[in-house]
Ligand binder design. Structure first.
Ligand code: C2E
Ligand code: MG
Ligand code: MG
Ligand code: MG
Length: 282
């Protein structure tokens, strides 16, 4: 009896592993064609000013709907794109598309709107500087309207050129934000070394506000530190009024989360901006 069970367990694990490998291979294959197929799209999530609730920026977030595999989360496919060396091409598509959309919104609806774009570590190289400059030239977007989000890990794992790359981007007016701040394990000295403009407080802290003492104190400490270093702060994953009130009381400058808006398609974002800003200008 035990032997039979053992064999079944073994078979179960093997088939699960096979399924996982198969899915991975499918996803990688699907991703190779995703740009050509037009199965990638961007959605945009509002980032609001905590002082007056106005939409000051949008974060561009990648979505992928494959004809056979359906909707796949970026949490699953971005790492695969990174490992399969597809993130360079996909990342370029994201940058151009995001710059185009926000340039349009600035012209018609919201002249000071900024856009935040997530970067993978592999994208942070010389070619990025050239490509960002091209995107700004082609779309006529001001560099100051573009913010690039990078995680602590990506900053530190990157090559020695990371500093040069980020410095050159900063010289173009582009700003650098640290994404998922507080989840890295590194020392904070990199904040001095790199030209960082702002921090995004990870939503694992925000989630437990305001009642969890540790999260509340850590969030307070991050916001106070950011202020004394002259850095901006955005809180991610704000879902409740109580969280927003707490963050406002700490003077966290920008808030992002389902409470203020879920990621929206380009058209829905346009409608949201019309509602927020009044009639479009021509
Ligand atoms: P992220 O950059 O930290 O993005 C924030 C994530 O939190 C998004 O998930 C967003 O939809 C989600 N979110 C926002 N507000 C709330 C909220 O109130 N509650 C909860 N529970 N979640 C909220 P999403 O879109 O699934 O993206 C996941 C991650 O995938 C991103 O995390 C980012 O690391 C990566 N990613 C997305 N788009 C891109 C991209 O274009 N390039 C790269 N390299 N990575 C991307
Ligand atoms: Mg982000
Ligand atoms: Mg992230
Ligand atoms: Mg984040």
């Amino acid at each position: 009896q035990a032997k039979i069970e053992g064999r079944n367990t073994y078979r179960f694990f093997t088939s699960e592993l096979t399924t996982r490998l198969e899915r991975r291979i499918c996803l990688e294959q699907g991703l190779r064609n995703a740009i050509k197929n037009a199965s990638l799209r961007l959605v945009y999530q509002p980032i609001v000013s905590s002082a007056d609730g106005r939409i000051v920026a949008v974060e561009a977030l990648l979505r992928w709907t494959d004809r056979e595999l359906g909707d796949i989360s970026p949490v699953e496919f971005v790492p695969i794109a990174e490992e399969a060396s597809l993130i360079g091409a996909i990342g370029q598509w994201v940058l151009l598309k995001a710059c185009e959309s926000v340039a349009q919104w600035r012209q018609t609806l919201s002249p000071n709107l900024a856009v935040s774009v997530n970067l993978s570590p592999r994208q942070v190289n010389d070619a990025l500087v050239t490509y960002v400059q091209q995107c700004l030239d082609v779309t006529g977007l001001d560099g100051s309207a573009l913010e690039l989000e990078i995680t602590e890990g990506a900053l530190l794992a990157g090559s020695k050129d990371v500093l040069t790359t980020l410095t050159r981007l900063t010289e173009m007016g582009v700003s650098i934000a640290i994404d998922d701040f507080g989840t890295g394990y590194s020392s904070l000295s990199y904040l001095k070394r790199f030209p960082v403009k702002s921090l995004k407080v990870d939503r694992s802290f925000v989630f437990e506000l305001p009642d969890d003492r540790d999260s509340a104190e850590l969030t307070r400490a991050i916001i106070v530190m950011a202020r004394s270093l002259g850095l901006g702060v955005t809180a991610e994953g704000v879902e409740t009024v109580a969280q927003a009130d707490f963050l406002r009381s700490l003077q966290c400058a920008r808030l992002q989360g389902y409470l203020f808006g879920k990621p929206l398609s380009e058209d829905d974002m346009t409608r949201a901006l019309i509602e927020a800003e009044g009639t479009p200008v021509d």
